[in-house]
Structures are given as C-alpha cells and as structure tokens.
Design a protein around this ligand. Sequence first.
Ligand SMILES: [Zn+2]
Length: 67
Amino acid sequence: MSVPKRRQTKTRRNKRRSHHHVTPPNLGKCQNCGAAVVSHQACPNCGYYGGRQVLTTKTALDKQAKS
Ligand SMILES: [Zn+2]
C-alpha cells in the first residue's frame, strides 16, 4: 500500500474541506396547515399533499377526534 510522502498542511486540508458543508433543504409551506414541508412530499404535520389527505398523522387523528 502506498503511503503519502509528506503530511498535508492545515491550509491544504482545510481548503479541501471547505466544500464539505451541508446545504439546508428547500422548504416550502404546507397549503393546509402552513408548516414547513419538503417540496414534492406530503406534509408530516397534517398529512396533506395536493389538497387532499394522503397520510394519517397524529395531528389528523386529533382533529378527527375533536370534530
Ligand atoms: Zn400540513
């Protein structure tokens, strides 16, 4: 196995790692409840997608129980 001849400087190492940041996800607002939602995915809060309920969530069940 080959081994590096010289140790890389802190500058060189840090320059390489300058691209290793995490980008925040693109969040939109839920049309139904206004919570932050990842686009093209059902709302984790109310379970709505495209104007209709597609998931049964805890909040949806609480709402049903109240009405
Ligand atoms: Zn929602």
